[in-house]
Design a protein around this ligand. Structure first.
Ligand code: UDP
Length: 437
């Protein structure tokens, strides 16, 4: 195995007089946790917390293993790679030195929030130094008959002895037998971020024209690579799905819904360049599969599909492009087979978009069917297409759903709520008080 480097500071915390809070995850770009931390950490800093962010390193074998843990927590995938001692040895040999390194940077009484299973193996080294450990679990399944998460709970059982508090997006997520504190804490978005701030119609046109998705000329903006026959015609309805190239997002299933959509509808599937998302080894393969499925479409259908592969190298540009795509979309679809939360849907709801989302996990938490969007069975392609068609013809329904969705996001999923949740958790850990309401 190659040598494992130390974690990388995305933001090194500074404080001489206050305890520190350090978030730890596995990537600073690509995916919902990175997105969340980019907005949460400055907001916590403004709130008076001395906060930092470290990203752990790993080799491809480690990230293949942690992707297995990810899928199993979603109730999917194959548990075989967890069998035997090798998996445990690999997991702990990557995280142990990084836990020791981080513990050496911090003091007794500081708090570390370890995000998702990829980082939990650092808990023992931190706890041994008197550092409080929060495990923040963003993924899981609401299918109570799912048994695959049990493999993960058994695999990670030693680490839970050193966790002080579990935060989970839904009550069903997280270890079933955790004796200490646990709280339900949903993710949130920042309406003032480049991803979510208002854009004028001209800005939307310029951004999408720049990458060649709309407009007459081929774009000169290299922040996206497109697979398309030609640009989306002016005024053509757009159905959009944004997600990592991950099998559970089911981009190929979205392509299969196309025959059920009206002939003028264009389907835009957008995701981050998988070569730039280092903790997700499946992305390259899934994007290749989506491209192959796209090439196999009959010509008339292929003309109506646009694959948008977005570079993350310039994060602000990337965020503005997602913002523009979501604002230009007539319907935003999230046809995931499982979903921890689905910030892409929160972002669309904030922008008054009508959404069609799978009735799974965090999507079913956010979308109230017929009130803030439409919920569908992701395996029922005809049903998904019917929900999209309903929205495309009923503009009054779209306006009502969009307005209620935006109000719901402002009420429940604003970044200030997440800052307050964390403030309470950290205070509780430091004082022992039952302050969390
Ligand atoms: N995203 C992005 N750039 C891209 C594609 C996606 O910033 O090119 C963002 C997207 O806007 C959302 C996040 O990645 O904020 C995905 O989070 P979500 O909770 O939907 O899914 P996850 O990737 O965590 O499973």
């Amino acid at each position: 195995m190659t040598a494992v480097p130390v974690p990388r500071w995305v933001r090194q915390p500074v404080s001489y007089d206050r305890p520190l809070l350090v978030h730890v995850n596995t990537t600073s770009t690509g995916g919902g946790v990175a997105e969340l931390l980019h907005r949460l950490i400055p907001a916590q800093n403004d709130d008076g917390t001395a906060v930092g962010w470290a990203v752990v390193s790993g080799n491809p074998e480690f990230f293949a293993l942690t992707k297995t843990l990810h899928h199993l927590l979603h109730g999917k995938g194959d548990p075989t790679p967890l069998a035997g001692v090798d998996a445990g040895t690999l997991y702990r040999s990557v995280l142990r030195p990084q836990g020791l390194w981080l513990a050496g940077q911090l003091r007794e009484g500081d708090t570390v929030a370890l995000h998702d299973p990829q980082t939990l193996g650092m808990a023992p080294m931190l706890a041994a130094r008197g550092i409080r450990v929060v495990w923040h679990c963003h993924i899981g399944t609401t299918d109570r008959s799912a048994t695959k998460p049990d493999y993960v709970w058994r695999f990670l059982a030693p680490e839970f002895d050193d966790v002080d508090v579990v935060l989970a997006t839904r009550p069903e997520f997280g270890p079933p037998r955790f004796a200490r504190r646990r709280h339900v804490v949903a993710p949130a978005i920042d309406p003032d971020s480049p991803k979510n701030r208002p854009l004028t119609a001209a800005e939307v046109d310029a951004l999408l024209g720049g990458i060649g998705l709309v407009g007459p000329a081929a774009g000169d903006d290299l922040s996206a690579t497109l697979d398309q026959v030609g640009p989306v015609p002016p005024n053509a309805p757009i159905v959009l799905q944004v997600s990592r190239w991950d099998p559970l997002k089911d981009m190929i299933g979205v392509l299969r819904c196309l025959p059920g959509l009206p002939q003028d509808v264009h389907l835009v599937l957008a995701g981050p360049d998988p070569y730039e998302v280092t903790d997700d080894p499946e992305g390259v393969v899934v994007l290749a599969e989506v491209r192959a499925a796209y090439r196999d479409l009959p010509e008339p259908e292929r003309r109506r599909v646009h694959l948008v592969n977005l570079s993350m190298r310039d994060p602000e540009r990337n965020a503005l492009l997602i913002n523009a795509l979501q604002r230009r979309a007539d319907v935003v679809l999230q046809k995931s087979l499982e979903e921890g939360f689905g910030l892409t849907v929160t972002e669309a709801m904030h922008k008054y978009r009508p959404v069609v989302a799978s009735a799974v996990g965090g999507l079913a938490l956010q979308v109230v069917d017929g009130e803030t969007g439409l919920l569908v069975d992701p395996t029922d392609y005809a049903g998904v297409a019917a929900a999209v068609r309903r929205l495309l013809v009923d503009r009054d329904l779209c306006r009502r759903l969009g307005a209620q969705a935006a109000a719901e996001v402002a009420r429940r999923y604003h970044i200030s709520r997440l800052v307050a949740d964390y403030r309470q958790v950290v205070r509780q850990l430091q004082t022992g008080e039952e302050v969390f309401s």
